[in-house]
Design a protein around this ligand. Structure first.
Ligand SMILES: [Zn+2]
Length: 58
């Protein structure tokens, strides 16, 4: 079983719930839980860092 850890809250994340952020300051790749990823994703959407295809997932 693979475990992931959120890079913001350091909570363990199950395999299916991990969200990878690899844009801008996160160019090395970050693993975030859904709760921490949400404001980051919203911020990036607002600033045009990501396209809507990623937003469709939620
Ligand atoms: Zn988190």
């Amino acid at each position: 079983m693979t475990t992931h850890q959120c890079d913001i809250c350091h909570k363990e994340i199950s395999d299916g719930a991990v969200i990878y952020v690899r844009i801008g300051w996160f160019s090395n790749g970050k693993e975030l839980c859904e709760i921490c990823a949400k404001p980051v994703v919203n911020f990036m959407k607002k600033n045009g860092f990501i396209k809507d295809r990623l937003a469709d997932k939620s």
